[in-house]
Ligand binder design. Structure first.
Ligand SMILES: *[C@@H]1O[C@H](CO)[C@@H](O)[C@H](O)[C@H]1NC(C)=O
Ligand SMILES: *[C@@H]1O[C@H](CO)[C@@H](O)[C@H](O)[C@H]1NC(C)=O
Ligand SMILES: *[C@@H]1O[C@H](CO)[C@@H](O)[C@H](O)[C@H]1NC(C)=O
Length: 343
């Protein structure tokens, strides 16, 4: 078989990581029904959650849950490094990271333990004020609910009432806003970035987008989708199921939400689109879509950086035991610092 990029021979990961991967895949497959519904009761038992910790910092980060719209249970978990001027002390302004978790638009939440750890790590590492958005999930809430929720959080932040009510710490600088997401969360972050460019915000300025192994697709099967069979999380069967329960009835996967750089793509050439970092793993069947996304950003005249992890699989960075996960946090930190230095 010929391929331009030689594939790494074997995925080498610790057995403990492999065990957790197998458990997560089994949990999602068990709760996913062939009639396009999800057994939420079963899934809730298997999706381990963490509570916010508003009074006791964990690794020097405090966290709390803030409601945006109670009628549809839209909220975010706010992560604040200690000494963020909450006590009136004078501290330097910090960028604001709006984070979207992955899970095929169907699974997980801002309270899921693995994302709680990830967000605290971002907050400490950059450092930054991090907001992890609890957007609505499909199939109960289909496209474009997730994008609406993402934009509504930015709209909420843009409102002067947020500052007046001290919902964010005093040193949160909304003119230095980054959107960060992985997998479906990176798809969401992209589409929210496009909408934010058109929204005409007063206070919120999105200056960077970190797209960690984004979940994009299309009708066509790419080489990586066909060749990378049996690797963690992503299978064509799973991604097809998730797209089917996400998209409006009658749409195929060349919808602009999925085939983001395809024939129905939104034209972003004229938008003030944020500088973007795209992260790709060599064992991720979605990688061809992700590279196309990067190339399309460049073709559209945008500032984009591609970072490759040849030996890593989809969602590897939620496993803190992997050295490549630490490397990713450092590279994202570098991207954020570089973007801030351009201001
Ligand atoms: C889907 O299947 C589940 C379990 O068999 C059932 O409870 C549910 O009502 C079905 N939903 C639809 C929309 O068919
Ligand atoms: C997506 O867009 C590309 C580029 O226009 C096109 O070649 C492809 O057929 C479309 N669909 C898929 C699934 O790639
Ligand atoms: C996108 O818009 C720009 C400017 O309006 C135009 O020059 C370009 O041809 C458009 N690209 C596509 C693919 O339609």
């Amino acid at each position: 078989m010929s391929s331009e990029k030689p594939q790494p021979a074997k995925l080498a990961i610790p057995w403990r990581t492999r065990l957790v991967l197998t458990m997560i895949s089994a949990a999602t497959d068990l709760s996913r029904r062939s009639n396009g519904t999800i057994n939420r009761r079963l899934l809730n038992l298997l999706d381990f959650k963490s509570s916010p910790s508003p009074n006791k910092p964990i690794h020097s980060i405090i966290s709390s849950d803030i409601t945006v719209n109670p009628t549809r249970n839209l909220w975010f978990r706010l992560y604040t490094p200690e000494n963020s001027g909450v006590d009136g002390s004078d501290t330097a302004s910090l960028p604001v990271v709006v984070f979207f978790h992955g899970g095929g638009f169907s699974f997980l939440s801002a309270a899921s333990s693995s994302y709680d750890v990830v967000c605290r790590r971002f907050a400490r590492k950059f450092p930054a004020i991090v907001l992890s958005v609890n957007y609505r999930l499909t199939p109960e809430h289909r496209f474009p609910c997730q994008y609406d929720d993402g934009l509504d959080v930015l709209q909420f932040l843009d409102n002067d009432r947020v500052r007046a009510n001290r919902l964010l710490p005093p040193n949160a600088d909304l003119s230095k806003c980054f959107l960060v997401g992985d997998s479906a969360g990176a798809n969401l972050a992209h589409h929210v970035a496009v909408r934010a460019c058109r929204a005409g915000f007063q206070n919120v300025k999105v200056i960077g987008l970190v797209s960690i192994q984004p979940y994009f697709g299309g009708q066509e099967r790419t080489k990586s989708e066909l060749q990378l069979v049996g690797y963690p999380f992503v299978t064509v069967e799973r991604t097809d199921w998730c797209w089917r329960v996400f998209l409006p009835d009658g749409s195929d996967r060349d919808h602009y939400a999925v085939n983001v750089s395809g024939p129905n793509a939104e034209n972003i050439s004229d938008l003030d689109f944020p500088d973007t970092m795209v992260i790709v793993g060599g064992f991720d069947p979605l990688q061809d879509w992700q590279r196309r996304y990067y190339e399309w950003l460049k073709r559209s005249g945008k500032e984009a950086t591609l970072i490759e992890y040849p030996n890593m699989f989809h969602a590897f960075y939620i496993f803190p035991e992997l050295p490549e996960a630490s490397q990713l946090f450092s590279e994202v930190k570098e991207f954020v610092a570089k973007r801030l230095s351009k201001l």
